[in-house]
Design a protein around this ligand. Structure first.
Ligand code: ADP
Ligand code: MG
Length: 265
């Protein structure tokens, strides 16, 4: 069975893309068959995996979604890239902003991505969707197809405030029956500077406010310069700094998710 996880938060710069990539490659390293989906018009997931020419690619997620909206024939297998670290990727590009604009003109606008990914469900054990930093239509499409959401939260000033907005959106997606079974996989604290009391205070506040209703991952991702170097190199933290604290943390997160899904061998 395929599990679909959206990595979402309307805030930018909270490590959504970094988490989607390193969870995806983490799962592949544990023997899982993984498809990464870049649903952000900025294409950061695509470029961070080394495909710097994403805006001039012949086929991206935008091509596929546009074909569905235009009622044209499509093959969801088309254009899938195979990354050296064992994951597949449906690349994203700037044209996704055109897709987002066109979504307001079609029926069942929330389900275009869902329809596109459906045939691929039998091929993969996991799909990890990287979302754009807004809660607009493309993100709703990701939440509509997802089984669960990972919400990365930067352990820094003000970043926790926005959590209520993504929670409201998740509730709206459930209540409007777009995806009544949508779960929160977990809130993930990222860029944690363990040496400051400040980070600890923020984590405590998130726990106080959200722990009763939403799981918070035991794993926390530490602040690490090594992580910020990965996107330029087009590789994961496991490749760039395998013994470092961030690789250990992302591996722990991967195993936490596998364990919960009963897929840890
Ligand atoms: P988002 O997708 O939420 O906008 P990104 O994953 O692109 O966030 O991360 C934002 C920036 O922070 C990027 O430059 C990334 O390399 C950097 N970054 C992410 N996680 C860490 C970390 N644990 N330590 C240091 N820098 C990080
Ligand atoms: Mg991003």
């Amino acid at each position: 069975m395929c599990k679909v996880i959206a990595v979402a938060n309307h805030k930018g710069g909270v490590a959504k893309t970094t988490t989607a990539i390193n969870l995806g490659i983490g799962l592949a390293r544990e023997g899982q068959k993984v498809l990464l989906v870049d649903s952000d018009p900025q294409g950061s997931m695509t470029s961070s995996l080394g495909y710097k020419d994403h805006d001039s690619m012949d086929y991206t997620l935008a091509t596929g979604m546009n074909r569905i909206m235009d009622g044209k024939k499509y093959d969801s297998n088309e254009g899938i890239l195979h990354h050296a670290e064992g994951v597949d990727l449906i690349p994203g590009c700037l044209d996704l902003s055109v897709v987002a604009a066109n979504l307001s003109q079609v029926l069942r606008a929330e389900y275009v991505l869902s329809e596109y990914l459906f045939p691929l469900r039998e091929k993969y054990g996991w799909m990890i969707i990287d979302c754009m930093p807004s809660l607009e239509k493309l993100t709703i499409n990701a939440l509509a197809v997802a089984d669960s959401v990972i919400i990365p939260v930067q352990a820094a000033y003000l970043s926790t405030k926005g959590l209520s907005q993504i929670m409201m959106t998740i509730n709206r997606v459930r209540d409007s029956k777009v995806n009544p079974d949508l779960k929160v996989e977990g809130i993930l604290m990222t860029m944690v500077n363990g040496r400051t009391n400040y980070a600890k205070e923020i984590i405590k506040k998130v726990e106080e406010d959200y722990k009763d209703e939403n799981p918070i991952f035991e794993s926390e991702i530490p602040l690490s310069v090594k992580v910020s170097e990965c996107s330029k190199l087009g590789e994961s933290i496991y490749k760039h700094d395998p013994k470092g604290k961030a690789a250990i943390a992302y591996n722990k997160l991967t195993r936490e998710i596998l364990e919960k899904g009963g897929k840890l061998i």
